[in-house]
Design a protein around this ligand. Structure first.
Ligand code: GLA
Length: 527
């Protein structure tokens, strides 16, 4: 088979029929009882920094686990599957993992990559923001961990739990910080509308006698919480702002950057989301230097700590953050204002990234925001849980496209009310593998056919390509799409529909598709 561009003749000789694209919507397999090692095949950590990597393992319990080839400074907990420790010398450390239960045994080689890059694959887990909003509590975080274990999500790699805003005390209404922010002139750099100053049950001294942030009474034991999460195979994430107040009006890190970084490291956190918010009144102008400044400061503070802490930049894409997020010390950066559960919001977020694949690589991820799937609503005005406004089809497209974009995957759904359809999305090992691929390339949009059918292409480490056919129109598309439109360097030997889990057959290189409005088909073009 010729390595150049596919010629029509070769395509015509292909005998493949994608009947399932026409016939099958969702076809989900049961969870396999045989033991399986999931998650990416590598993990990055810095020299001499404490890291934690929970190996995601699925299958029927009890499962026995074993890790061979670990350096002496690293431990593997055979009960929890957690690899933790620190390594002095940069390099690649291959670890042989073996898991077995009464249904079988499997082995996989996994690499610890010690160097200057973290988050070699996009962070994956859950954020409290869309489910609990400003009512978030430590109890809910711990409950979420328990539920994510029970639902088998931790076992598939959903291992980060991010405590979003607000966890720290909110300065009381008479604290001078409110007046100070209100009287500062609007300098046009994302004006901060002083946030809500009404979290009355969360108000109190923002810092203690030593200057440390004070968690609200809803977070009575931060350290205990991270220990609980770690014990259950999760990493712990926390939230703050470079300004004196977060978006929710809780205390931020302004002028306390090093102290706060140390506090989070001491408390056992592995991830920080750093949200611009009230910093807007301190930025002098909209120059790149002013945008970078507060993030570089915190990145430097984090890097002085004993632990590796992944740094998530949240400033809604201002100043083309994708161009300098890496220079500012971030591993991921929000490219967008907060998204909502409606089609135009999520479609705009993905379209914005149609031409930004070049900024994505292992350790650098465009972040179009938390997944709007399942029961959400915690951050609505009334803070009440509610059904998602996206249809099931739109949620599937949303999730699929985040995987295509190699986006961080943080679940917005409330785990207490998780429904079967949402769970099935999150349990798709095929789609997770697309997101977590070690090549770390994001999809680019190749074309939009007839102003309706979008074709996106993502290269994978094994030489295959993933193609997304996305129907952005308001009606079903029934058509033939020719494989030439996929711009592949090779003729694929086979094509697999990743949602239908079927390897396809179609004649003449024309793929018959029947895609509902706002629906998607994901095709893996195998070598
Ligand atoms: C901003 C961020 C959200 C969330 C809230 C919390 O709006 O963009 O993701 O963190 O703040 O207040």
């Amino acid at each position: 088979m010729n390595a150049g561009h596919i010629c029509q003749k070769a395509v015509n000789n292909l005998f493949i029929t994608i009947t399932h694209v026409l016939l099958c919507g969702y076809c989900y397999a049961q969870q396999d009882p045989a033991p399986q090692i999931n998650g990416p095949r590598l993990f990055g950590a810095r020299p001499d920094k404490i890291f934690i990597y929970p190996v995601p393992v699925s299958g029927a319990q009890p499962i026995q686990m074993e890790a061979k080839g670990l350096p002496a400074t690293v431990q593997f907990d055979t009960q929890t599957g957690i690899i933790t420790g620190k390594i002095h010398t940069p390099g690649n450390y291959p670890i042989k993992l073996t898991v077995k239960n009464k249904f079988g045994k499997t082995t996989r080689v996994f690499s610890l990559v010690i160097g200057d890059r973290l988050a070699l694959t996009p962070p994956m887990g859950w954020s409290s923001w869309y489910s609990y909003g400003r009512n978030v509590t430590q109890k809910q975080i711990e409950l979420t961990a328990k539920l994510m274990k029970e639902k088998g999500l931790q076992q598939l790699g959903w291992t980060l739990l991010e405590v979003d805003d607000p966890w720290a005390n909110q300065p009381a209404k008479n604290n001078p910080v409110w007046a100070e922010l209100k009287t500062r002139p609007d300098n046009k750099v994302y004006r901060y509308y002083e946030g809500p100053d009404n979290l009355t049950t969360r108000q109190g001294a923002p810092r203690d006698g030593s200057g440390n942030l004070v968690p609200s009474s809803f977070f009575p034991n931060l350290k205990g919480m991270t220990e609980t999460l770690h014990r259950q195979g999760f990493k712990a994430g926390i939230y703050s702002s470079p300004g004196p107040l977060t978006c929710g009006g809780a205390a931020g890190s302004y002028n306390h950057e090093l102290q706060d970084a140390k506090f989070w490291s001491d408390m056992g956190f592995d991830y920080l989301k750093y949200d611009w918010c009230s910093y807007g009144v301190f930025a002098k102008d909209t120059s790149r230097a002013e945008y970078i400044k507060p993030y570089k400061l915190m990145a430097g503070a984090l890097q002085q700590q004993q632990r590796d802490i992944i740094f998530s930049l949240c400033q809604y894409g201002m100043g083309n953050v994708w161009e300098w997020g890496n220079e500012a010390g971030g591993q991921l950066w929000r490219t967008e204002q907060d998204i909502r559960d409606n089609w135009s919001s999520i479609h705009n977020a993905m379209k914005k990234l149609a031409d930004k694949a070049a900024y994505v690589k292992p350790g650098n991820w465009n972040d179009p925001d938390i997944l709007q799937i399942g029961t959400i609503g915690g951050n609505d005005e009334d803070g009440k849980k509610r059904a998602n406004h996206l249809s099931a089809e739109e949620q599937k497209t949303h999730f699929s496209m985040w995987c295509m974009l190699s986006a961080p995957l943080l679940i917005g759904a409330n785990m207490e009310d998780i429904d079967e359809a949402t769970l099935r999305l999150l349990q798709s090992q095929e789609m997770i593998a697309v997101d977590q691929d070690a090549l770390g390339k994001a999809a680019k949009r190749l074309k939009v056919m007839d102003n309706q059918l979008e074709i996106w292409q993502k290269p994978m480490e094994d030489g295959s390509f993933i193609i997304a056919l996305l129907n952005a129109s308001d009606t079903t598309i029934t058509s033939n799409v020719n494989i030439l439109n996929f711009e592949l360097p090779h003729l694929p030997a086979t094509i697999t529909d990743l949602w239908a889990k079927q390897t396809a057959h179609f004649p003449e290189g024309d793929i018959p598709v029947n895609i509902p409005s706002h629906g998607i088909v994901i095709l893996k073009c195998n070598n």
